[in-house]
Design a protein around this ligand. Sequence first.
Ligand SMILES: Cc1ncc(COP(=O)(O)O)c(C=O)c1O
Length: 467
Amino acid sequence: MDAMALKFSSSKFLNPAFPTTSTHSSALRRLKFSSWSLPVSAAAVREADPALGSLSLGHITRPDFPILHQEVNGSKLVYLDNAATSQKPNSVLKALQSYYESYNSNVHRGIHYLSAKATDAYELARKKVAGFVNASAPSEIVFTRNATEAINLVAYTWGLSNLSPGDEIVLTVAEHHSAIVPWQIVAQKTGAVLKFVGLDGDEVPDVQELRDTISAKTKLVVVHHISNTLASSLPIGDIVDWAHKVGARVLVDACQSVPHMIVDVQSLDADFLVASSHKMCGPTGIGFLYGKSDILSAMPPFLGGGEMISDVFLDHSTYQEPPSRFEAGTPAIGEAIGLGAAIDYLSEIGMRKIHEYETELATYLYESLSSVPNIRIYGPKPSKNVNRAPLCSFNVENIHPTDIATFLDQQHGVAIRSGHHCTQPLHRHLGVSASARASLHFYNTKEDIDNFIQALNDTVNFFNSFK
Ligand SMILES: Cc1ncc(COP(=O)(O)O)c(C=O)c1O
């Protein structure tokens, strides 16, 4: 049944943005949290009342995110689509406004005051990214439009110049389309072969099969760190060891790990690692490629144009050293500066704290969702040894995920994702064409999850009432 075709008639439940009965509520009221259109900064909250130390990270930080404090379709917004994109704190919005308001200028080109200031801020943002993932030098960070462009950069430069017929690229069936399609294109051009690893009995990519698939023919391993659909994680350090033993390179898709946990490229020893700013509380339009210095230096350019050249003659050009070699044209300056502000914000909270809190939320989400009748949640069960990422992809028997997402949005103001989440091969492997997905960030709370579950039960009852 198509939810859009129905006139929804179910009654709305109370959907408080904050707890009304918990011990936190009086402290919250003192800080006028109940005036939810009036964001207070997290730092101000912490300073104002030490009693708030007992509040969850979600309660402390949500005032920093103005977008969360609104009504959608007559209900308070519950935003659970963070794996698709995260929301932006005030400090990031301010950094963008300040750049465009007071020092908008092109970088690396002008000698005037504004250009020097913009260049310094742009390069400082690169340093912040390098520090955030513990790169050994800022020059190992190449700014790109997003993670997808970063993977394409590696495919069209390193891939086209290093792959030959019969060479193998090892991936898992759980990769995002961004990590599959560029390699399909490059494989067609070079004669390289893609080898896909399946899932094991716990519904996570089969690590033993991955190990066995890596051979002397392997030139590249492309793996996600955290799955955007299964919520599982891969042992990147081990995979890098196995790949390096046969002389292969490893590209890590860290889109779902960098925003949620400490990622240290030196301890992982990854050759390439990519992530997108918009999932890290930063602006859209900017992402980054980390690459080891020696590998980047040996790679040919990606796009040609201004900024990436040393000298241009009529018949040929010479190129800059990385990262400039890979940043042709005017870059996304304000967006890079915004990403720097997002990194400051995340670092002020602390990635360890974010990860611990989100792990707790992840278990709460999984256990709460498990109580919904006829639900199937994909990926591993959380246990002592298995931590899930804070997201759940699921289906409810005989109800289309898009109907679920539409009803949740229109009747309850709950934003989740439905579809294949850019992992069509994985969905096919799981025997479904689509799923619904609720995904969290550190500014979510257990009350958000409670409200979502209550709304989902209402949704399921509504659709079942027509059967
Ligand atoms: C695991 C993973 N890889 C890659 C991407 C692509 O990110 P972007 O669209 O920002 O390039 C995403 C985004 O959903 C993702 O979740």
